[in-house]
Write a protein that binds this ligand. Structure first.
Ligand code: ASC
Length: 145
């Protein structure tokens, strides 16, 4: 009986640990969540979907709300798990921080443009966000594994 209780107790402790996401999985999900607002905005910017000011503002607000979150999941010197994160993230922390700041600034500027409702400015600022994604990926994201 005691043994059974021990087994049950260990199972109760171990199961949530086994189901929990690794930091790599958490941040991948977090970056993918960002795309759920960024991609629909891209469709508008590329003229594939109509520009509707209120809907676009909601996307830009969601993007701004979520943009910083993935960066909470790059624990120091933890490159375990399935991840494209390059070791340079940890060996060049100042550059990584600068790229993160550039992304967050571009996201804020896109948000301001969305609220102003000038599509020409929106297009320019959307391009700046995409460029900030790309420059960080170029420096800090490795190939698909
Ligand atoms: C996206 C996406 C990226 C960036 C980058 C921009 O929509 O998933 O990683 O834009 O491709 O160049």
């Amino acid at each position: 009986m005691k043994k059974l209780l021990t087994v049950l107790l260990l199972g109760a402790i171990a199961t949530p640990l086994a189901l929990a996401d690794t930091p790599a999985e958490t941040r991948t999900k977090s970056f993918k969540k960002i795309l759920l607002s960024f991609e629909p905005m891209g469709m508008v910017v590329r003229g594939r979907d109509p520009y509707q000011k209120d809907a676009f503002i909601r996307q830009a607000d969601t993007l701004k709300q979520l943009a910083a979150e993935p960066f909470n999941h790059f624990p120091t010197n933890n490159i375990s798990g399935k991840s494209r994160a390059k070791p340079e993230i940890w060996s060049q922390p100042a550059k990584f921080q600068a790229d993160k700041d550039a992304f967050l600034k571009a996201v804020s500027e896109l948000n301001l443009a969305a609220h102003r409702g000038d599509l020409a400015v929106i297009k320019k600022n959307y391009g700046a966000v995409a460029q900030s994604c790309k420059s960080c990926h170029d420096a800090f994201r490795g190939p698909e594994k």
